[in-house]
Design a protein. Structure first.
Length: 464
């Protein structure tokens, strides 16, 4: 199975190609190594003729000397049963020979044109092949006669093959490591713009639909995909804007007719005036919360500044103090911690967040009970002493227009949805705390964006 990463695929393809090339080179070397012994000896003799011709030096007096490489000269000196040469001029006079030995003696006595000869040795007869060649040097013709044994050529070729294979293996391994490092560096630089575009795309959300991806530095094959993604964002932004504008406009336009309808009901003197006024009040509350929802869903409506959370909570508690008195519920605010640094927030939105949570707690708290608000340096808790939230209802808590079983039943079902929108816009998290055995429901708002991001928490109905 191919890896999912584009970088890994490119590196894998390159390494496979390199391994295929190395395998082909090894196969060629193996084919050369499996040549017949006769062919190897013939090639060796041809190379020796070239060595003699290139190493020959003729002095001013016509004397001939041979300057052979140490490797070649040492073979003739050490292997006198297996190697010999004899160089003659155009008149048949010997001008240079290898060191005296059985091979040279047999070569000197060998008839002209003989392709092979045998040398008697203590460990058995040695079979040598003979090569004759004539060449020109300094205007004169020379004749070279060279003999090499089969066993010498086979031994030298085998030793050379092993050296070549070891050196080749080392070179291949080093080349693979170097090639892998270079390819890894190059591929990473190639896909870096793609990773940057992916990070930008991951940050796109309902509150920053105006973000667009840039195609500079990206491969040409990816540019159409980026353009298509930007076009989709454009359409999505337009649709979201139209929806929000419609929501705000509809809610705003409904406020005046509802106010007139409420006034007409109050003046009509109908027998069911109280019931009608209650219905119109609930409709007005829903319209008011729709306007709030439209406002908090747009990121440009926020003005961020350092805000002390405790002071905003105190304002919200004071604002709802009459509601708490009417319901016979006490509100207690406590702090835990030594330092309470300010948080970057929109003070108005934070007030609405605390007010909605506190109002929700008051709606569900029994008469004579207490709502507790605990403020910590990076979060705050709002707990009531009511019946709590059933397991089946927890997934619905933050859905719009869903209402629990509040005592008065006049909720619009948008309070917690507005809380979630505010938290998302600030990079905070809101959650129903996990069941700790205490009565009622406890909502926790984490205001430390760094800690929330590191922990990977998000707004949820079931806790972290």
């Amino acid at each position: 199975m191919l890896p999912r990463s584009l970088s890994a695929r490119l590196m894998l393809a390159t390494l496979v190609a390199l391994l295929a090339a190395a395998t082909a080179a090894a196969a060629v070397m193996l084919m050369l190594r499996t040549s017949s012994l006769e062919d190897m000896v013939r090639e060796e003799l041809a190379e020796e003729v070239v060595e003699l011709r290139e190493g020959m030096r003729v002095g001013a007096d016509g004397a001939v000397t041979l300057e052979l490489s140490p490797e070649v000269g040492n073979v003739y000196a050490a292997m006198r049963n297996d190697a010999a040469y004899r160089l003659t001029d155009q008149h048949g006079h010997t001008v240079a020979t290898s060191q005296d030995g059985p091979a040279l003696q047999t070569l000197s006595a060998l008839p002209a044109g003989a392709p092979a000869m045998t040398v008697a040795a203590p460990d058995g007869d040695v079979h040598l092949r003979v090569a004759d060649a004539a060449f020109e040097h300094a205007g004169r013709t020379y004749h070279a006669r060279i003999a090499r044994s089969d066993r010498l050529v086979a031994t030298l070729k085998d030793h050379a093959s092993k050296l070549y294979l070891r050196a080749g293996a080392a070179v291949v391994v080093l080349a693979l490591l170097t090639f892998t490092a270079v390819i890894y560096f190059i591929v990473n630089r190639m896909v870096r713009p793609l990773r940057q575009a992916s990070r930008v795309a991951a940050r796109v959300g309902p509150r920053n639909l105006g973000t667009r991806l840039h195609s500079e530095g990206l491969p040409s094959e990816v540019v159409p995909l980026i353009d298509a993604f930007n076009a989709a964002l454009e359409r999505l932004e337009q649709g979201f804007r139209v929806q929000q504008e419609f929501l705000a406009s509809a809610a705003h336009e409904l406020k005046t007719p509802l106010a007139l309808l409420q006034a007409e009901i109050e003046l009509s003197g109908a027998p069911n005036t109280a019931l009608l006024l209650r219905d119109t009040a609930q409709m007005a509350r829903q319209v008011h919360q729709l306007l709030h929802l439209a406002e908090v869903s747009e990121g440009h409506n926020y003005t961020f500044a350092p805000v002390q959370v405790r002071s905003v909570i105190d304002d919200a508690v004071d604002y709802l103090s009459r509601v708490a008195d009417q319901r016979g519920v006490d509100v207690l605010v406590t702090t835990e911690g030594a330092e309470f640094p300010p948080v970057e927030a929109d003070a108005g939105a934070l007030f609405v967040l605390v007010k909605n949570l506190l109002e929700n707690a008051l709606n569900h708290a029994p008469q004579g009970s207490m709502v507790r608000i605990v403020v910590e340096p990076d979060r705050f808790h709002v707990r009531d002493a009511g019946q709590g939230v059933g397991v089946a209802d927890r997934s619905m808590l933050f859905k719009r227009f869903w209402r629990g079983n509040a005592k008065d039943g006049d909720g619009a079902g948008l309070g917690l949805a507005i809380c979630m929108e505010i938290c998302l816009s600030h990079g905070w998290s809101i959650a129903l705390s996990a069941d700790d055995g205490a009565p009622g429901a406890c909502f926790v708002v984490v205001t430390n964006t760094a800690a929330c991001s590191a922990a990977g928490c998000r707004s949820t109905a079931t806790g972290w």
